[in-house]
Design a protein around this ligand. Structure first.
Ligand code: AGP
Length: 594
């Protein structure tokens, strides 16, 4: 997920491009760049935030330009990998948001035809393809280039001596902002709202030419009309796509994040990370290290692996692991680290590498320190996560763990096929939980009155009790504790009573009867009880004071639907308490100190 922008008009393009890009940084901020036509094409790009780029870049005099703020997917953040990208002549410049799946083949083909590539990105094939097909018709050249490309894209192209911007859209957002003798193109409305509230939303398959006075959009070679809309949002509202907080927006992005993360790994066999160690040496055990929410994902991973790989799995909190004195055995280790910069986890990764372990990082940030320390890196495709409290990156980590384990599972073919089928249905199951938001809002209002709350779970949902408690703690400041349900009677029972509500995660698996017993024990001690359970569970309806229903899934996938309900519960509880949800006190998105 990157942010792109284009301007063509009578006024100086540079300041408008920079202002618009700054408004798009929630889409990616590891590097950025602009290109302005000043006679030739002038480019300035670097691994800095937009504000710094604006200060450092020379003044380019020109009324047509494009810009980009990046969230790296192919090629680590660097000056050469930043956009815009040029062709061999330097006359064609392109900015792109999306992923080109067949870029390697295209690159090899173009290189054999004499094109020189300077970056590691997938995007750079676009200006070279346009150069290859250009015969005086810039839109025609882009059209031809697109027929070679497989993947998702929002593209803006400019060329010296061509007083137009050419655009195309497929599976990535792209809008046109209408002005008076000027027009804007951007990934999203925040980029243009300072200048106009009149926009056209392009549709998949659209390709178009934008000049200062005119817009022509085609689809399959036929001109099409796209309706003009008036934007009623403020810039800030638009950055959050109309949601009040990034936290809520990111919760609602999870069906798409599941599709993106699974899509990447199940679509392209080549991308399948070959855990050579597992296949060749037939691994006997797995070590996972992480912190915070990522540690909870690792705990879920432990249950999945032990069930489907039949191997013992050790999960360690990185900050503790770093002070264990015992010698490290040669092993395969998974480091789960969304930011790629958490000091405790990086230190543990270095220790493991020094001990000769194969360390595989699961991270959301391309080019992060973790991806440089790791022997291999698997990227989650959650896009940038702005809210400090992690939600969609946790979901993407679970998807990578499901995919990884199912790729090596020893389960019988029938079980595996049914699990794969259900894995593909997870986006719609999660959507069902999101559609049930109103029910959760009621329970949040109730919960917001309390200062102490317990979450309990068993088996694969014990980590979800921990994660549910962490989310509530982080954003509502309620003292919430997550427990393995069987542990309560060994002490925490002492805290139960009418002022300590308990949220019980009830799964229909071998822990079901034991959980019913725990619920009865809790009720007997006077605590209000909210159960999180599948629809149509009479026994729970009798026992619990209230029930948050989630759709029925195979138990191994129950963490996916359960955590979304608990994320929403935390959000609406915090909202009821008027908390600064996206940027809670005392917390940082990436903890880069020990
Ligand atoms: C989660 O909401 C928190 N932001 C925090 O616990 C976080 O998960 C932890 O700091 C680990 O971050 P990482 O995944 O980037 O290593």
């Amino acid at each position: 997920m990157c942010g792109i922008i284009g301007y063509i008009g009578d006024r100086q393009a540079q300041s408008r491009l920079l202002k618009g890009l700054a408004r798009l940084e929630y889409r990616g901020y590891d590097s950025c760049g602009i290109a302005v036509v000043t006679g030739g094409v002038e480019v300035y790009k670097d691994t800095v935030r937009v504000e710094a780029l604006g200060k450092a870049s020379p003044r380019f005099k020109g009324t047509m330009g494009i810009g980009h703020t990046r969230w790296a997917t192919h090629g680590a953040p660097s000056q050469v990998n930043a956009h815009p990208h040029l062709d061999c002549t330097g006359n064609i410049a392109v900015v792109h948001n999306g992923v080109i799946n067949n870029y390697q083949e295209l690159r090899n083909q173009l290189t054999s035809e004499g094109h020189n590539f300077t970056s590691e990105t997938d995007t750079e094939v676009i200006p070279h393809l346009i150069e290859k097909y250009y015969d005086g018709n810039l839109m025609g050249a882009l059209q031809a280039a697109l027929s070679d490309i497989e993947g998702s894209y929002a593209i803006i192209v400019l060329m010296t001596d061509e007083p137009k911007l050419v655009v195309a859209k497929k599976d990535s957002p792209l809008i046109i902002g209408l002005g008076d003798r000027e027009n804007y193109i951007a990934s999203d409305v925040p980029a243009i709202l300072d200048y106009t509230d009149r926009v056209i939303y392009l549709e998949d398959g659209d390709i178009g030419v934008v000049t200062r006075n005119d817009i022509r959009i085609e689809r399959d070679g036929i001109e099409v009309d796209r309706e003009e809309h008036k934007v009623l949002w403020t810039v800030e509202e638009a950055q959050k796509a109309g949601y009040e907080h990034f936290f809520l927006k990111e919760i609602h992005e999870q069906p798409k994040v599941i599709r993106n993360t699974l899509g990447d790994y199940t679509r392209d066999a080549e991308l399948v990370v070959d855990l050579a160690g597992i296949r060749d040496t037939g691994i006997e055990s797995m070590l996972m290290i992480a912190c915070g929410t990522s540690f909870h994902a690792a705990l879920v991973g432990k249950y999945i692996m032990e069930e489907l790989l039949k191997i013992p799995v050790r999960v360690e909190i990185a900050s503790e692991f770093n002070y264990y004195s015992h010698t490290l055995v040669k092993n395969i280790a998974l480091a789960i680290i969304q930011s790629g910069e958490t000091a405790d986890t990086l230190k543990a990764m270095k220790r493991l590498r020094e001990a000769g372990c194969q360390v595989i990082a699961i991270t959301n940030v391309v080019g992060s320190t973790a991806s440089r320390i790791a022997s291999q890196t698997i990227y989650t495709r959650a896009g940038p996560e702005i809210s400090v409290a992690a939600t969609k990156t946790f979901m993407a980590q679970l998807m990578v763990l499901y995919w990884l384990v199912m790729s090596y599972s020893k389960a019988d073919a029938r079980r595996l096929t049914s699990l794969l089928m259900e894995l593909r249905q997870l986006p719609s199951k999660v959507q069902q939980v999101l559609d049930n938001e109103t029910e959760i809002i009621e329970y949040a209002k109730y919960l917001s009155k309390y200062e102490d709350v317990f979450f309990i779970g068993r088996g694969i949902n014990y980590p979800i009790a921990l994660e549910g408690a962490l989310k509530l703690k982080e954003i509502s400041y309620i003292h919430a504790e997550g427990y393995a349900a069987g542990e309560l009677k060994h002490g925490p029972f002492a805290l139960l009573g009418s002022n300590t509500p308990v949220i019980a995660i009830v799964a229909r698996d071998n822990t079901y009867e034991a959980m019913l017993t725990n619920i009865k024990e809790i009720k007997a001690r006077g605590s209000p009880l909210i159960a999180l359970a599948e629809e149509g569970n009479e026994a729970i309806e009798e026992l619990a004071d209230s029930i948050i229903t989630v759709p029925r899934v195979d138990t191994i996938f129950s963490p996916v639907v359960n955590i979304v309900a608990l994320q929403l519960l935390a959000y609406y509880t915090a909202k009821e308490r008027g908390c600064p949800i996206d940027f809670p006190r005392n917390l940082a998105k990436s903890v880069t100190v020990e």
